[in-house]
Every structure is written in structure tokens, then in C-alpha cells.
Design a protein around this ligand. Sequence first.
Ligand SMILES: Nc1ncnc2c1ncn2[C@@H]1O[C@H](COP(=O)(O)OP(=O)(O)O)[C@@H](O)[C@H]1O
Ligand SMILES: [Mg+2]
Length: 722
Amino acid sequence: MAKLEVKNLTISFRTTNGAVRAVRDVSFDLQEGETLAIAGESGSGKSVTTRAVMGILAGNAMVDGGEIIYDGKDLLKIPEEEFHNLRGHRLAMVFQDPLSALNPVMRIGRQLTEAMLLNNKERRRDGRESFNRTLKILQDKMTAEGSVSGVQDKIKEFDSFVKIAVRQEFAYKEATESMVEVLDGVDEANDALIRRNDRDVREACGRMLRAMKHVYNPYTFAPGDPLIASFTEKLGSFQRKYTGRQQGEMGSLLQEITDSFDPKLKAESPNFFCIGYSVMHGRQPDPAARSIPEINREARRDLDEGFMLSFRKDVEKALEWSEKQSLEEKKKAVEALKAALPVFGAGSLAQDKCAEKLKESAAAVERSIDPLRLEKDNQAYVYRSGVKALLERYFRAFRQNPREEARYKKDTERFERDKARGKTPPSVIPMNLIDIDAAQKSLIDQVSDLIKHYESQIASGPAGGYDKRAEDMIDYLKARAEDYAFKLSQGMARHRAIELMKEVGIPEPHKRYRQYPFEFSGGMRQRIVIAIALSANPDILICDEPTTALDVTIQAQILELINRLKKERRLSVIFITHDLGVVANMADKIAIMYAGKIVEYGTADDVFYDPRHPYTWALLSSMPDLETKEKLEAIPGTPPDMILPPQGDAFAARNKYAMQIDFEEQPPVFRVSPTHWAATWLLHPDAPHVEPPVIVTDRIRRMQEAQKEREMKEAVKGGTEA
Ligand SMILES: Nc1ncnc2c1ncn2[C@@H]1O[C@H](COP(=O)(O)OP(=O)(O)O)[C@@H](O)[C@H]1O
Ligand SMILES: [Mg+2]
């Protein structure tokens, strides 16, 4: 499923010289776990496109049209407040210049923990809202279904024991995270022992002591545990007066701590979801008398028999009922959509009638959305805002186009007059008309696409699988409850910051934590910025030329890091670059941008091995070659003026293969394969056949050979490993 869909995005900037048409009709999608590279020369609109996704466009920007759909919402139409939330923890961005992303007068550690604490606050609020909202919908649907008895009591019971569970889990996590923090201190102390730095050893003891206060929990160490008491006493004395002569004693204390904490951290943890239920019914398990696996088994039996098995059946009923209900409503919605079609498709649209049809059809569509579907149906969710925007665009055209035509006529007349007087007047800004037909066509498409989408759902009937979905629903509720119960403490934030610093490859994180940005190299700074971006656990990471300011070897390391993080965290990545070579080994798909448009789009193989647009050829031949150190062939000429974008193909003036039509008309999109398209007249069936330049075909051949060699090596490696 697409994580993010950008459709027909069009953005301009107001400037004193006129509107800069920075992004012109850009569409792409980003699948889960995929890396999309957007490549093109400086000024082609890459940053503006992604800044629109992040909701951080400059103040003079105007979004002239399009949609950015994420999680059932059009990001261009949601309120500021909501955007703030999304940006906080679903979408994150890393910029070219890490210095500007960091506060120069704040220690690195604090910058990380502040981002986390802020994010935790938002996540808790969101978690509470989603939990309550979803549980309420579930209750309503169960009630409406009719055959479930005592709905209110059941929902209340679920709500109560889940809340007990998350509170206990939170307390437990606080204790185990403190244990991990003690072990962090052990590492730090061992490190200081090796360096024979007594002061650092004493400091590490102080840290362990502070964390040791919070390791108590019924499932870890009971208050007053003699082991912890003895650790505390020894650490206290070392903190005051450790000297190098006590190295042996110190070493064995550290070992003792590790030996007693490690097994507890590695063992099965208590299943609080089940335990919460027992606790609610007055059956608090006794960890002193029973092992955790035993407690878990008993609590699960208790919960299943007492509540969950029957509750799951009730949830299944609610899901089934809700889906059937939604299918019935979809039938009605199809009727409403079909009734709207002729009105939207009329020769000329009537504003009040259109408004009425929009209102009716959107209401029907919204009624047909199944609120218990965890995966949102984007098409239905954005129907109202999408159609509304297209209608507005259509009617705005009737006000704006005549004014624009008049302006153009006046400017042209003045131009001719001035020329006749022998002056050299500035050229006339071309007419910027809203394409009325295109607006109406998208409008009709939007409605008919949804009709088709719904009709196929109606035809295939209920999807079933309610047992699996009931399980997912309960897991979802648990996860939201955990979100809101989880209050991040300063200590935990610190621990996580250090973990993140390790994850992004920062050596000596404990020491680095206390340093300022200027004490870091460019590459290390970029790692910190990536750590901050990751601190919120985003699912989309946008990297805007993150390596451009770095030298080549560091660049490779950062790319490797982003690649690794993407795999480990299953991120979807948008990677912006002006240098195609950078993304050769990391992109799944590539969009080539020129003068505000995507001119070629395909998988990495399509674009690297079978490029079709002359601009892509130019980019490929200007790409620095790491292996042969071959000299680059710079792309001749400069990109066009985006206040006056050319009438035809924007690349025509720099393109030695340009034909007459390239100067006159914009090329449409030509499909090369299901995954690959390019907008160039060269792909028109009547165009003369043109081979890519030799430098490009050579390069393709070499890249293919290198690729084969890599594959062979890997096969050999795989073979010996097996
Ligand atoms: N705030 C602004 N005001 C006016 N023009 C802008 C503004 N921001 C960007 N532009 C213009 O938009 C175009 C695209 O810029 P950008 O997306 O930053 O390019 P790049 O592909 O290098 O990231 C450029 O012509 C740039 O000059
Ligand atoms: Mg840029």
C-alpha cells in the first residue's frame, strides 16, 4: 500500500518579479519500506516538493493545486495543529546543512532528549484520543449489532484492566530501563578503568548510584533487596574515594552487577495485559512465589476464560456488522456519486447545483466509511476535500482567466508599442490560465474512480477474516493505551538518546552526549541530526541532500547509515540529490526532476539502464564516476527562468536532440513499461529513433558489468556460507 501519494502538486512563489512556478504538476507515490530518489539539478523544485509534504513551505508560497495524501488525509487541507503532530512523529526530515538544524548553544544530549520529551507528550495525547475514540466506536457497533449482551459493562471492564496493565507495565519499564542505565554506567566505568582515569570512574559510580535507586519493582528487585543494598553501599564508597589501587575490587563489583542484572533483563517479561485482568479481580500475582513464565501462563488462562475469549467473539461480531453496514452504505454512496456525475460533467457547471451534489455525495461517502477498519481507505477519506478543491479551481478559473487574458493583452500591447519606439522592452510574462477542462476532467475522474472502487468492493462482498481482525483491533487498542500511559522520564530519555547515538554510529556516546555541536565533525553532526529525526520513530524519512556538504568518504558512510536504518526500522525514504551517482545503490525508484516537473520516473534499473529522457542522459553523463575518475561532462546551458517557463519542453533549449515540437508544446507522458515513463517527444511513435549518447551507453554497460560482478561475488560468498 502506498504510504504517501502526491498528486498533481503545483506550487508557485510570489515575488516582486512575478510568480515563480517552482513545482508543476508533480505526482508520485511512496510505498512502505521503499526508497524514492528525487534527482535533478539545483533549482528544479526538489526541496519545494518535499517541504510541501512536511508542511514547511516559505511564507510566499502558494499551493495552486494538488493533493498530498497520507494516512487517509490530504496534508494540504488539514489544520495546522494536526500537521504539527504528524510532523512530530510520522514524518521526519534531514537537511543538507546539519549545523543549521542544531542549536549551537545547546549540548547535543539535551537537543536529543528535548525532542523526545516533546514528542512523548504529543504521543500520549494522541494515544489517549485514539484509544477512547476507537473503544467508543466499538461499543456503539457492538450495541447496534444487537446480539451482544451487557456491552457497556464489557467495554468498561476492558478499559479498566487495560489501564491497570499499562500502569504496571510502565512501572516495570521504569525499573528495567534503570537497570539498563546502571549497565550503561558499568560500560562507562569499564571504559574509564581501561583509560586509568580515576575521576571518570568515580563519576560513573555516581551515575550507577542514581540509576540504582529506581531498579525496584515486584518483578525485578523487591525494595530492601540485600543485593541492591550491597551494590549501593560499595558504589557509594567508590564514588567518594576510588583510586587506581582498587582497580581489582572495582572490576569484580562491575562484573557482579552485570551478572545479576543481565539474566533478569534477558528473561521473559511479565505479560501485563493478562496480569492487569487478574489484578482487577483482586488476584495480584506473587512474583516472590512464582516464576514469571508461570505467572504469565496463569494470568493468560485467567483472562481468556474470564473475559477475552468471549470478548473477542463480541469484537468479531461488531467488525462483521460494521463491514456489512458499510457495504450497504457504499451501495447508497454509489447512487449518490452517480447522481453527481452528470452535474459535474455538464457542459458548463452550475455552482449551486455542484455544491449541493458535493454535499450529498460526500455525506454518503462519509457514512460508508467503515470506522473499524484500521487501514484507511484514502480514496474515500479525501473525497470531500478533493472534489471541493477541484470545484473551487474550476470556478476560480472563470474569475481569474479573463483578468489574466486582459493583463496579457495589455502587456503585449505595451511591448509592441515600446518596440515600435525602438526600445528593448522586457519580455511579456506568458499567460497563466487555469486549465478549465483539466479541472473538470480530474473532477469527473475523482468521482468515477471512487464509483469503480466501491463497485468492486460491493461485488466481492464482505472480506471476512474477522478473527484475525479482532486480534489486530485488540492489539491496536493495547498499543494506543501503551502510548498514552508511557511517560518518558529524563533518565529514560537520556538512556534512549545514548542508544540512538550508538545506533547512528557515534563513538563514545557518553562523552559526546555532553558536547556542543561545534565539537563534532560534519559527518558526526549529520549523524546527530539523523538521530534527532529518528527519535520520534517516524515512518517516513525525507533526506534533502544530506551528504552534499560532506566529503566523499564521509558521504558514503552516511548513505550506508541511512540504508541500514531504513532496513532495520522499515522506513519509507525520500532521498533528494543533485547527483544521481549517490543513489545508485540505494534507490528503489527514481524520479528525475527538471524545471518543476518530473520528466522521467521508474525503478532504479529503468532509469540507470534504460534511460529515455535526454535530460536523464545529461544527468547520467554529468555523474562523477567513482571507479574511473573520469571527467564529467557538464550539462550545457542553464535551467530556464521559472517565472517564464518555456511553452514547450523546458529542456528543449539545452537539448541537442530537440525537435521543432519541443519548442512548441509540452510533451505528454509516454509509458515505456508498467513501471517506467518519461515525458519527452522522442518517445512519440513518429519521432526519429535516437540512441543515447555514447558516454551514456558506455556508462550503462560499465554499470551493468559492475552490477554483475557484485552479484557474482555475492553468489560466491553466499555459496561458501551455505
Ligand atoms: N521562497 C521562495 N521564493 C521564491 N522562489 C523560491 C522560493 N523557494 C524556492 N524558490 C524557487 O523555486 C525553485 C525550486 O527550488 P528548490 O525546490 O529549492 O530547488 P532544488 O531542486 O534545488 O531543491 C527555484 O527556482 C527557487 O529559486
Ligand atoms: Mg534543494
